[in-house]
Design a protein around this ligand. Structure first.
Ligand code: UD1
Ligand code: MG
Length: 450
């Protein structure tokens, strides 16, 4: 079955109290709109059309990052959900197949649920996604007769008897493209809210003798986000699910509820994650690594057997080979660290390459930025960088080379050489005692004066 997606995302989201378009607010490091798109990826949609209105430009820009293949169409005025779907008509004119309507602010519909809708579509012209609501509140109600969905009644238009129905409309709907747009053409706005309701398509389809059914899913899947409080609740749901998946896949989370994951975090079996670790987007950790407490990782790769942290920061482009050690208060950015290298304390390694089994002493800094441009530092294998070395890039440290502690290295160091770049030490016999006496005398004099 060929399917296209229409994702409605034009609403203002007043209750977010934000300058940003509602659907761009993030869950686990990705806009909620991206989550909605991902939920349908298993159906391999041939086309994705996003209907945007409020914050159109920002939505379009953001899509260029996470779904460049998606088409964005504009709904100038928000005149209702049917009007919104109609805005996608032009973009799908030449599309032959089924359309699924999803919502940019409803990010958790599961791939399995969409699969069940696709299966129900084999026997019915229209399939609607419903859920049993614990508190049906203002949701549209599904009026069923056996298997058949007779109509959807919006809360504002419902009779008391209809309000007592607990099977509610998620808004998600699936139908053949031609059928759907033909139904929408017939929808009018003579209702309590004066809007074009997509839900009216059901009664119209029934009048035309089409068969309509509803598939039911867990209420948690249809969670819509309208406020920051609901956004935080959605984040918690995502995190709980992602942590459980990792543990089932053989990852140890010592205190799961303190670990923050991103939508795309990948962690291999038998890796141990200590408490309070944050994963930003784009992190892959191989099997058998150990991420110690309070570390922050984003856009990086950690190989088998590596030990990171506590208190380490891995930034985008950090590529750590097997058995690398990165200790406390070490920041690594855009740098390849080869097998077995150690950077254990208080260092910044940026725009660099560190050769295998090299040892980077405490307080080492790659001075990669001259205020205008970034430069690279190359360190060969088996090098030993003395504590508090400043490596002023661009600079090359040869294999097996050594730098003296406190050196400011501005020129390349050949293989196996020792580089010393600091002033020579001078000892003045007895001078410290004299200095102390002088200072104590001065202090006494000052206290007498006051
Ligand atoms: C809709 C359903 C209701 C269902 C509920 C589930 C209709 C008429 N009602 O009601 O049966 O129980 O969702 O949450 O469909 N949107 C646009 N353009 C518009 C109008 C809406 O893009 O002109 C988008 C909104 O941004 C939002 C979604 O469509 O993401 C739903 O719109 P909303 O106004 O929240 O619909 P409800 O009144 O909640
Ligand atoms: Mg509404």
């Amino acid at each position: 079955m060929t399917v296209a997606l229409i994702i409605l995302a034009a609403g203002k989201g007043t209750r977010m109290n934000s300058d940003q378009a509602k659907v761009l607010h993030q869950i686990a490091g990705a806009p909620m709109l991206a989550h909605a798109l991902r939920s349908a990826q298993d159906l391999a949609p041939a086309r994705s059309v996003i209907v945007a209105g409020h914050g159109y430009d920002a939505v379009e820009r953001s899509l260029a990052d996470f779904a460049p293949e998606a088409v964005v169409v504009r709904q100038e005025q928000q005149l209702g959900t049917a009007h919104a779907v109609d805005a996608a008509r032009g973009a799908l004119e030449d599309f032959d197949g089924d359309v699924i309507v999803l919502y940019g602010d409803t990010p958790f519909v599961s791939p399995e649920t969409l699969q069940r809708m696709a299966e129900a579509r084999r026997d019915h012209a229209l399939v609607v996604l419903g859920f049993e609501a614990a508190d049906p509140g203002k949701y549209g109600r599904l009026v069923m007769r056996g298997e058949s969905l007779e109509s959807i009644v919006e809360f504002a238009d419902a009779t008391d008897e209809q309000k007592s129905i607990t099977l509610c409309n998620s808004g998600v709907i699936m139908a053949d493209r031609e059928v759907l747009f033909s139904l929408i053409e017939a929808i009018e706005c003579a209702n309590a809210q004066g809007e074009y309701y997509l839900t009216d398509a059901i009664a119209i389809a029934r009048d035309r003798g089409l068969s309509v059914t509803a598939v039911s899913c867990d209420e948690a899947e249809t969670l819509g986000i309208n406020s920051r409080v609901e956004l935080a609740a959605a984040e918690a749901i995502f995190q709980a699910r992602a942590r459980r998946c990792l543990m089932e896949d053989g990852v140890t989370l010592q205190q799961p509820e303190t670990v923050s994951l991103a939508f795309d975090t990948v962690i291999g079996r038998d890796t141990v994650i200590e408490p309070n670790v944050v994963f930003g987007p784009g992190v892959t950790v191989e099997s058998g690594a150990h991420i110690r407490a309070f570390s922050h990782l984003e856009g990086c790769h950690v190989s088998r057997g590596a030990v990171i942290g506590p208190y380490a920061r891995l930034r985008p482009g950090a590529e750590l080979a097997e058995d690398v050690r990165v200790g406390n208060f070490v920041e690594i950015k855009n740098a390849v660290i080869d097998e077995g290298a150690k950077i254990n304390h208080l260092s910044y390694i940026g725009d660099a390459h560190v050769g295998a089994t090299s040892n980077i002493g405490a307080g080492t800094i790659t001075c990669n930025y001259d205020g205008v441009m970034k430069h690279r530092t190359e360190i060969g294998a088996n090098a030993f960088i003395g504590s508090n070395t400043m490596l002023v890039a661009p600079v090359r440290i040869g294999a097996g080379a050594m730098t003296g502690s406190g050196s400011v290295i501005t020129r390349d160091v050949p293989d196996d050489a020792l580089a010393l770049a600091r002033s020579e030490q001078v000892n003045k016999p007895g001078l410290s005692r004299k200095l102390f006496e002088l200072l104590k005398l001065k202090k006494k004099k000052l206290s007498l004066e006051n």
